[in-house]
Design a protein around this ligand. Structure first.
Ligand code: B12
Ligand code: SF4
Length: 493
């Protein structure tokens, strides 16, 4: 039994981690049940029912909201059938091993890449053998916690295709509104940003499928499951640009039409030619996410992002714009060492890019420290409280502020400048297609907003009051006509 706990937001296709884990198990004859809240609304009851005959329960977990349901379910199942091994895996348990294994309802943790370790463990359970010697596994033995040595990361070309056939993809489409197939062409990123744990998990090795495998998989799976959209879950898709372009060429040559998107860093896209970026678009790439993080080179250096330069962000926006690809620039605010001046630099720099290129949106967030990130020793010295139990990590959703240096008046100013930054971009987008409105709205609101961002002056925020009133009027009018409004995502604009 494999369980994917609910997270906030619509699904991004079926839970890929579980489909990856299921494949090698099914190849040697085990039956695998994938359970999540989208497939089974009464997932807690279903897990209790299924646990009667199960060999073990595997639970995947990220830091944040998934923890609550994972804990609840594991407790219930353990109470119901105490002898059933409960195994946790995924990013959170792998990065906070002792703390997670310290919980009474966890028997073992598969650290890092899971396919081979989990297969070996399940085989041992089925054969009634002990768990000593399973590389990559941490487990309880009586009162002791045993950590087996690390298992080297396997070449992903040697691992089977995820068991997509296990789930009904239409169910996820009902919730997200689009038929999606999550797919990974690579794991690992060669960089070492100080706030990211990819280096801990995948050891900085870019471990990627050969071009033929990706193209064959997609050309087979997309028509089979009537897929419209393929979000890639790679950490940094463009690390090998030649490979990425060959994949795009393969998709074009296949004659299939579907859209796909990925995340990568600006240094890779900026150094591609305009024609190469156009080829990505021609193959269906409609959106790319970038961890641009800051408009200050000093802050980027503090993050250990020396590989990324400001002019590359502009170049990325330009080339993607030419090709008709929408881009999201993620921004981290409040990183240790960032001053208010750095922050203003970021807002000014990003606003300037947005002024030139319509295709750019932003997703700004306050820095949230997750377990295992390399900068933790410095954070502790700076007074950040490190959660002391599994459940203390649960409220750490994106945007939660736990930074002692970003409180009070400074935090209020940050929030205000952020609101102005987002409003400026919303106005820009809202008035894009109507030139006369653009001219007038810009004169009335755009100029003062840009002045505020430039001068860092946010007292008497009349533009925000106006915008909120307009928003309310629009909402009321829509309710009157009975038209359902989508939920506003304030952070992405
Ligand atoms: C897609 C994704 C999401 C999706 C997942 C949706 C879905 N349908 O799967 C969503 C949008 C939910 C998401 C959310 C978040 N994400 Co996210 N996400 C990713 C991403 C890009 C891919 C994950 C993935 O599926 N990979 C493919 C699968 C095959 O790999 P995998 O999940 O790692 O699984 C393997 C192993 O981990 C292991 N394994 C996993 N589960 C289990 C279970 C068992 C029993 C076993 C034995 C093994 C095992 O075996 C698998 C096969 O090798 C990763 C980055 C990355 N490159 O992995 C970030 C990443 C996992 N996310 C991250 C973060 C920070 C978040 C958020 C916490 C941010 C936030 N606070 O809002 C949120 C979670 C909170 C919330 N909103 O619910 C961090 C992880 C931090 C952490 N400590 O958990 C990552 C690593 C990004 C990064 N580089 O920092 N994310
Ligand atoms: S470039 Fe992205 S994936 Fe790579 S280390 Fe930095 S944040 Fe992590």
């Amino acid at each position: 039994m494999l369980f994917y706990p609910p997270y906030d937001g619509p699904p991004l296709g079926a839970p890929l981690a579980l489909l990856y884990l299921a494949s090698p198990l099914r190849q040697v004859g085990f039956e695998v049940k994938v359970i999540d809240n989208f497939l089974t609304a009464d997932y807690e009851q279903a897990l209790l029912r299924e646990s009667e005959n199960a060999l073990c329960l595997g639970i995947s977990m990220l830091t944040g909201p998934q923890i609550a349901a994972a804990v609840r379910v594991a407790r219930q199942v353990k109470r119901h059938r105490p002898s059933l091994p409960v195994v946790f895996g995924g990013w959170h348990p792998s990065l906070a091993v002792d703390q997670t294994l310290g919980e009474p309802f966890v028997d073992a943790i598969v650290r890092g890449q899971g396919e081979l370790t989990f297969l070996e463990l399940v085989q041992r359970i089925a054969e009634g053998q002990d768990w000593h010697g399973v590389r990559g596994l941490s487990f309880k033995d009586g009162g002791d916690i045993i950590h087996q040595p690390e298992r080297p990361v396997a070449n992903i070309n040697d691992l089977p295709r995820p068991a997509y056939e296990l789930v009904d993809h239409g169910i996820y489409a009902k919730h997200s509104g689009i038929r999606q197939l999550a797919y990974t062409t690579s794991v690992g990123c060669p960089y070492q940003c100080n706030y990211c744990t990819d280096q801990v998990f995948y050891k900085r090795r870019f471990n990627a499928y050969h071009v033929e495998r990706v193209v064959n998989d997609l050309t087979e799976l997309v028509p089979r499951y009537e897929i419209e959209d393929v979000p890639l879950f790679d950490s940094n898709f463009l690390v090998d640009r030649k490979r990425a372009l060959a994949i795009a060429r393969g998709i074009v040559d296949s004659g299939l039409t579907f859209r796909w998107d990925f995340q990568t860093s600006t240094d890779f896209l900026a150094t591609m030619t305009e024609d190469e970026v156009r080829l990505l678009a021609e193959s269906g790439v409609y959106h790319i996410g970038f961890g641009t993080e800051s408009g200050s080179q000093e802050v980027l250096n503090l993050m250990n992002k020396r590989f990324q330069h400001l002019e590359q962000m502009v170049e990325t926006a330009r080339k993607a714009d030419l090709a008709g690809i929408h881009v999201v620039f993620n921004i981290i605010l409040g990183y240790p060492g960032e001053t208010e001046e750095h922050r203003q630099q970021t807002f000014r720099f990003m606003s300037d890019i947005a002024k030139q290129y319509w295709n750019v949106s932003f997703s700004p967030n306050i820095f949230t420290p997750y377990p295992g990130i390399p900068i933790w020793p410095q954070l502790k010295k700076m007074g950040v409280h490190q959660p002391q139990s599994l459940e203390e990590w649960e409220p750490l959703a994106l945007g939660v502020n736990v930074l002692p240096w970003l409180q009070g008046e400074e935090l209020r100013r940050l929030k205000r400048s952020l609101e102005y930054f987002l409003l400026n971009n919303q106005l820009r987008k809202a008035t894009k297609k109507i030139p006369w409105l653009r001219r007038n709205v810009r004169r009335a609101l755009g100029a003062p907003i840009r002045w505020r961002i430039g001068k860092n002056r946010y007292s008497f925020p009349w533009e925000l009051w106006v915008s909120r009133t307009v928003e309310k009027v629009v909402t009321r009018r829509s309710l009157l006509t009975g038209q359902a409004l989508p939920k506003q995502t304030q952070e992405v604009c």
